[in-house]
Design a protein around this ligand. Structure first.
Ligand code: ADP
Length: 255
């Protein structure tokens, strides 16, 4: 075994020290650029609620405030969006202070899936979301981030689908990982395109994606969030038939 001596006996040791120094610096700069990317993505994610609130407020400002039902609904939606923004901002601030590494937040995947199931029951009544797994299985991710990850996947499963959307979400806990899978019966993705799917601004079919309001950022945000909390994401698909996303998070040691 070799240890680093601070007495430079020969060039080998200086070389070794330089190597260690370089590795450390590489690690530091990787961490910094991953944080930059994460903050970039979160600020993108903040734009949506801001636009929703702006839309409702300008509606009210023009004419909606006379109608009680519109007034109530707009206020309720705005309040929900603002609460989401608040959580996102808090997460960003924690990240900026580098607190997220020591943050030991754990979230039940099934509870977030149930919440989303409720949401989509109203947003897209023809969509069926089937959930399987145990309520007590948790992952080391704050609830807002986990919601964002799963919402993006479910949104795509509905968006890129020509049939009545059927989504199967499963949570499995094995030896040292929690695996979340989200499978749909949508249009699928050509095998050769699978490696590119998480790239920023990557879209499969310009016409179809534009029509469905895609920007090619969703999955890039999903991946960077999953990675941020120590997980990995992959996918498999059969064109015209189905797409399945796999997320792996390290198992929490306290359980
Ligand atoms: P967008 O915001 O355009 O939806 P994403 O990053 O979420 O961007 O997705 C990138 C591309 O991957 C989409 O344009 C779409 O063609 C494809 N895609 C994503 N999810 C699915 C899915 N569940 N089924 C089929 N294609 C998908």
């Amino acid at each position: 075994s070799k240890s680093v001596s601070f007495v430079y006996n020969n060039e080998d040791e200086i070389g070794e020290l330089l190597k260690i120094y370089k590795e450390l610096m590489d690690e530091v700069s990787t961490t910094i650029s991953r944080q930059d990317e994460f903050i970039h993505n979160v600020s993108h994610e903040l734009r949506t609620p801001v636009q929703v609130v702006e839309g409702h407020l300008s509606l009210l400002n023009r004419w909606g405030k006379e109608e009680r039902a519109i007034l109530d609904e707009s206020l309720e939606i705005s309040l929900t969006e603002i609460q989401k923004m608040k959580l996102l901002i808090e997460e960003m601030l924690k990240l900026a202070k580098n607190e997220h590494h020591t943050m030991k937040e754990a979230t039940s995947v099934i509870s977030v899936l149930h919440e989303l199931q409720q949401n989509y029951f109203h947003l897209s009544p023809e969509t069926i979301i089937e959930i399987k797994g145990e309520m007590q299985v948790k992952v080391p991710v704050p609830p807002t981030a986990l919601e964002q990850i799963l919402r993006n996947l479910i949104e795509n499963a509905i968006k890129y689908n020509d049939k009545k959307p059927f989504i199967k979400a499963t949570v499995i806990c094995n030896m040292d990982h929690v695996q979340i899978t989200v499978e749909d019966n949508g249009v699928g993705i050509e095998r050769t395109l699978l490696p590119k799917i998480f790239e920023r601004f990557f879209i499969v079919d310009e016409a179809r994606t534009k029509r469905r309001g895609g920007s090619g950022l969703g999955l890039c945000i999903v991946k960077s969030l999953v990675n941020e909390y120590g997980g990995t994401i992959s996918l498999d698909s059969e064109k015209g038939k189905w797409t399945k996303f796999y997320i792996l998070f390290p198992k929490l040691t306290s359980e």
